[in-house]
Ligand binder design. Structure first.
Ligand code: PLP
Length: 382
């Protein structure tokens, strides 16, 4: 007896073992298993080439969370006593704030804009805590990219380093490589739930060559050209085994993206005629790994969510109601969180996978549509 959902919210699919094996044999032949071996270097070069960026623009890490930590230490350094705070949106995954904490910062949660689900860079420009802030750590939620020029301006105007958690933004960067800058390093995740995956893994995208050298140093115990620890570091190196998965993933990425695009198109086509109490977000507005329903209000959200649960369709409140309400972070400072709570209470993660069938999508949509019919009719007029 199991309680497995009939339709899971996400089903990862990584390259098959045979495709990875060809690369693993290279590692065997080279007897190189980690420490920036040939496969990691090859993966970084091929990713940079795919983006049309110089080779140094991509540096891998052992996870997306590690990539955030490395980018913080390489760009802002560890927290200093006079500037202990990191401004972080409430609406994000736990990893964002945990990474800042690991670098010594005390998160202070700022609100997000309900339309972009992200912090408005202009709203942070005169934040009352800037004088005690050593790091600004915005997020590209579900891959939706913020205005990078505005973030660079925020950093210039305040003198405070900005690092972007762009964990789910691989496709956005692939389509618009100009998003990668020298001023705002970005951290990507290659977790199994992300569109481009190495199982566990991540990368720092940054045009600052000296900064990327520091990132490599941070990721390897603060060593540089010796075994002497010279700066705050950690072990955040991607192994050759994970790089092998990434190289196989890259070989098949065009097909994978096309498969995702077909599923996203099916979501749009099958929902087109339906009066749903909300708006559907699919790729390319968000990462291919997500289909999100922005419910028209919290009542609709709760009604649709419980209808899915009853039909054994798994949904997800990806970031819950915001980090400020989660036990580990509940004691920390925060601004008014109305936007964060509104997004948390209205954005419903629906099932997605690169091989999700039209039948499954139709089942979910029928369930949503029937549940919507049970909502009070007056709302249709509004
Ligand atoms: C996936 C994700 C992370 C964490 O990445 P890992 O590779 O799992 O460490 C961090 N932030 C956001 C916004 C994410 O979506």
């Amino acid at each position: 007896m199991t309680d497995l959902p009939a339709i899971p919210v996400f089903r990862p699919l990584l390259p098959p073992a045979d495709a990875v094996a060809a690369y693993l044999r290279q590692a065997d032949a080279a007897r190189f298993y980690t420490n920036r071996g040939p496969l990691v270097r090859q993966l970084e070069q091929r990713l940079a080439a795919a983006l049309g960026l110089p080779g140094h623009a991509v540096r891998t890490a052992s996870s997306g969370t590690a990539a955030i930590e490395v980018a913080i230490l390489a760009h802002a350094g560890p927290a200093r006593a006079d500037r202990p705070l990191a401004l972080i949106p409430g609406y994000t995954f736990a990893a964002t704030a945990l990474a800042a904490e690991r670098c010594g910062y005390v998160p202070h949660f700022v609100d997000v804009d309900p339309d972009s689900w992200a912090v408005d860079p202009a709203a942070l420009a005169d934040h009352p805590l800037l004088a005690r802030t050593g790091l600004i750590l915005p997020v590209a939620p579900f891959g939706r990219m913020p205005d990078m020029a505005a973030l660079a301006r925020l950093s210039r105007d305040t003198g405070i380093p900005v690092v972007l958690d762009a964990a789910a933004s691989f496709e956005q960067v692939l389509d618009t490589p100009a998003l990668v800058t020298a001023e705002v390093p970005m951290a990507l995740s290659f977790h199994a739930t992300k569109t481009f995956s190495t199982g566990e893994g991540g990368a720092i995208l940054w045009l600052d060559a000296a900064g990327q050298d520091r990132a490599v140093q941070v990721a390897n115990f603060g060593f540089r050209l010796s075994r002497e620890c010279r700066i705050a570091g950690t072990n955040a190196k991607m192994s050759e085994y994970h790089a092998a998965v990434g190289l196989a993933m890259l070989d098949g990425f065009a097909d994978r993206r096309a498969a995702y695009a077909r599923v996203a198109a099916a979501w749009r086509a099958l929902s087109a005629g339906l009066a749903l109490p909300g708006r559907l977000f699919t790729a390319p507005e968000v990462s291919s790994a997500y289909v999100l329903l922005w419910a028209e209000d919290e009542t609709a959200f709760l009604t649709l969510e419980s209808a899915c649960t009853a039909a054994r369709i798994e949904t997800r409140r990806w970031y819950e109601a915001g980090l400020q309400d989660q036990p580990h972070f509940a004691h920390l400072g925060r601004d008014a969180m109305a936007g964060t709570r509104a997004v948390g209470g209205r954005l419903l993660g629906l099932p997605m996978a690169c091989d999700l069938t039209e039948e499954a999508i139709a089942t979910v949509l029928t369930t949503l549509h029937r549940a919507a019919a049970s909502l009070p009719p007056a709302r249709a007029a509004g």
